[in-house]
Structure formats: C-alpha cells, structure tokens
Design a binder for this molecule. Structure first.
Ligand code: NAG
Length: 314
C-alpha cells in the first residue's frame, strides 16, 4: 500500500515537473563604460533571477578580464566584436533553443546587429535601453575622471571618419553626421550596413532576421544627454542636412536652426522597410517605452519590461 502511494507520488511529481516550463534563457549586453560582471551588472542579474527563478542568464563579454572588457567598449572594431560574440553565443548549450536579449546602451544596437547578421541561436524578444539605433550626432561626453573615455572622444572628434577611427574607436562606428551624410555612408563600415542604408549593399537576410523577433522593446530615456539625439533609441533622428541644403550659406543658416527630429515612421529606413522594422511595427511587435531620467538612469522602469518580455516559457 505505502509503496503504491510512493510510486503514485513519484508519477505525479514527474508529470508536474514536465509541465512546469523552464523560463526562456536571457542574454545581456552591457553598456559603454561597463563590463560583463561589474557590480552593477551582477546586481541586475540577481534582481532578474528574483523575478524569474531558475532563469539562465549569460552576460556577453569581449574579454573575460573586467578592465579589458570595459576598454573594448571604447576601442575595437564592432564587426569583429560581433563575430566574436556570435561564436560565443553559439557555443553555449543553454541558449541552443533561443533566448531573449536585453541590451544596455550601445549593447542594444550591437544585439540588434547580432539578430540581423547572425541570429543563430535566435532571439525571441529584444529589449534595448537607450540604444543608438540611428546613430549619434555627437560623440558621447565623458565623466570627469574617465580618462579612457576622454582619449577616445578626443581622437574620434578629431577625425571621426578616418580609417583608423572607424576601425578602432567604437563610438566613431555609430557616429552619423547629419551635416555630412555622404562621408558617413562612405567611411563607416558598421551602422550604414546594419541599417541597410547603402542601396547597393542591402542585405535581405538582415530584414528577414530582424522581422522574426517576437517583440522589439525600445526604451528611451527622457532626459538622455549622452545619446544625441535621444530619439535614436526609438529609431528617430535629426533631419539630414546635406540632403536638404545645397550651398554653404544655407548650411550655416540650417545649423543655427533648431534640430528637427524625424520620428521612426517618417524615416526612409522605415517607409521603404530596409531592415524589417516596418513589418515588425505593422504586426504590433514594436513597443515604445520611456524611462524618466538621464541616460541609463534605470530606476524601476526596467522591472515591468523584464517581467513582461523575459522569462516566458520556452
Ligand atoms: C547577407 O547577410 C548574411 C548574414 O550575415 C550573410 O551570410 C550573407 O553573405 C550576406 N549577403 C551578402 C550578399 O552580402
């Protein structure tokens, strides 16, 4: 009798265990000036695990060494880093069946590039916080004592579209000069490609992969001064001047004017659907979200997004 109950209990236990779904794994890509396992990132992971007990989380690294990893946020070649990350993710057995992804700041547009160019294993939901999807029109300002940042900024400001800057300074690789769009298209080997901005080089795979996301959650920080313009996190951008003004005096007049922001749905990238963004949006899969505060001032605003868009069942 008691053995019978024991067996029955065991069978019930097995049945339950197989119906309790395990949460979908999560991949994080940290932001500029941070590293894969900084105190902030470790705390973030701990809080996510409290929300989704048992969740597997991988924090992307370029180098396992924390200082080197931080440095790689300023110095390096984005395309090479992406290839390295794609190999890293493909080698993790827990991620085999796909994962959700959260990108902080520049980590967000790099994760989007991963989705477009690789997506093996595939991303389900992608959440990006304050990411420069349409580029930046100014190189980010640095904290007073952040020497690493200041050197990179100086070098980038001096010759942003030089071959050296484009191969070695990360921020230069998503600098999109609204007054000099032609140079950007010509010199930059990262952003114009993942945004499919170069007509002859448009890659349909990027659009197909990107449109395969379940949800794309775009978070903008309302007071962001590091991402210029902040609307870049929502795929908006300043009007490109060299397409609307012809001579130098016009240009001067234009610079003095207020910068006009063209929102996502009025961008050629969206209208002609170069990257599958419009397809996503028309499916209702693009979520616009705001965090009140400066760049990466997360407060509590991340929490409901993590609850809703990560940790779903596989
Ligand atoms: C398009 O992108 C895919 C994925 O990155 C790549 O395998 C393919 O070679 C690219 N096609 C062209 C024509 O560049």
């Amino acid at each position: 009798m008691s053995l019978w109950f024991l067996l029955l209990g065991f069978a019930v236990h097995l049945a339950l265990a197989s119906t309790i779904p395990s949460p979908r794994p999560l991949v994080l890509w940290h932001g500029l000036g941070d590293s894969h396992s900084s105190p902030g990132m470790l705390e973030f992971m701990k809080l996510i695990k409290e929300i989704h007990p048992g969740i597997f989380i991988h924090s992307i690294f370029i180098s396992e060494d924390l200082n080197e990893d931080k440095k790689a946020g300023f110095y390096g070649n984005v395309l090479e880093q992406l290839e390295f990350v794609a190999d890293q993710l493909a080698a993790i057995p827990e991620l085999e069946a796909g994962f959700d992804a959260v990108g902080l700041s520049q980590g967000g547009q790099f994760l989007r590039a991963y989705v477009e160019c690789y997506n093996k294993p595939p991303v389900n939901n992608l959440i990006t916080f304050g990411s420069q999807h349409m580029g930046i029109s100014d190189i980010p300002i640095c904290k007073p004592f952040d020497f690493l940042c200041q050197i990179a900024r100086k070098a980038a400001k001096r010759a942003v579209y030089s071959t050296w800057a484009q191969e070695n300074l990360i921020q230069a690789q998503y600098y999109r000069d609204p007054n000099n769009y032609a140079s950007y298209l010509h010199a930059n080997h990262f952003l114009p490609y993942v945004n499919n901005e170069i007509e002859e080089a448009r890659n349909q795979t990027y659009a197909r992969n990107f449109a395969s996301l379940s949800n794309l959650v775009l978070v903008m920080f309302t007071e962001d001064k590091l991402v210029v313009p902040k609307e870049s996190s929502w795929f908006g951008y300043e009007e490109l001047r060299d397409s609307v003004v012809s001579d130098a005096s016009d240009q001067q007049r234009f610079l003095a004017m207020d910068k006009k922001i063209i929102p996502m749905r009025e961008q050629p990238l969206y209208i002609e659907d170069w990257i599958g963004l419009r397809e996503l949006d028309e499916r209702g899969a693009v979520v616009f979200s705001e965090c009140v505060g400066e760049h990466m001032e997360m407060g509590d605003c991340w929490e409901e997004l993590i609850v809703e868009y990560t940790g779903g069942s596989l």
